[in-house]
Structures are given as C-alpha cells and as structure tokens.
Design a protein around this ligand. Structure first.
Ligand SMILES: [Mg+2]
Length: 122
C-alpha cells in the first residue's frame, strides 16, 4: 500500500494497544500514535491527524465517551471506533451520540476490527 491509513490507538491497556496495533499493521494500516488516556489522545490528535482512531471507554481520567466529544470538536471529520467492554451499552450509545462512527465489544474477532477499520477510516 503506497499510502497507508494512519491510526491512533487510545487505550489504557498496553496489551490491548499491542493487539490492535498488530492486527491493523498486518492489514496495511500505519499506527502513528498510541495514547493511554484522553489527555494524551487530545494532545496527539492535532499533530498526528490520523485517518482513524480506536477509543477505549474506561480509562483513568476521562471516559472515552467524553474524549470522543472533544476530538470531534477538534476535527468534525474525526473517524472514531469505540472499543468497549461488556455491559457498557449506555456508554457506547452515548459515544455514538457524541460522534463515534462504529463500535466493537471486547472480546472481538480480528476480522471485526479489520472490517470496522476499513469501513471507518477516511
Ligand atoms: Mg480501559
């Protein structure tokens, strides 16, 4: 791929970030940034200008739900996939209301992540 889509991964779990990075890198995406909380994500976003963001919900500090809202304020065309745990349906719906485009519920199949990424990246 001559022009790989740039991805930023936001998750407080290093294991989850590594897993998402591995799957998407093998699929030809370029992971240009990783953040472990909303503050880091919002600092990095304007510099990296990624084509896609994966966003955890439960992190120290702000919930991904609120980070989505602020990211959309920075860039109304931000493409965000929510990665949620089980029993977080209300937060997922709130995140979608706030402008996220897609969501995945852990544990998800690699295929689901790839499909969501291809569909959502700009
Ligand atoms: Mg988390």
């Amino acid at each position: 791929m001559s022009n790989p889509k740039k991805v930023m991964i936001v998750d407080d779990s290093m294991v989850m970030r590594a897993m998402i990075k591995d799957v998407l890198t093998k699929e030809g995406f370029e992971v240009v940034g990783q953040a472990k909380n909303g503050k880091e994500a919002l600092e990095q976003y304007p510099k990296l200008n990624p084509d896609l963001v994966t966003m955890d919900i439960i992190m120290p500090g702000e919930h991904g739900t609120d980070v989505v809202k602020k990211m959309i304020e920075l860039d109304k065309d931000a493409r965000i996939i929510i990665v949620s745990g089980l029993n977080q349906k209300n937060l997922v719906m709130q995140a979608m209301d706030n402008g996220a485009k897609e969501f995945l519920v852990k544990p998800f199949e690699n295929k689901e992540l790839i499909e969501a990424a291809m569909k959502t990246a700009r």
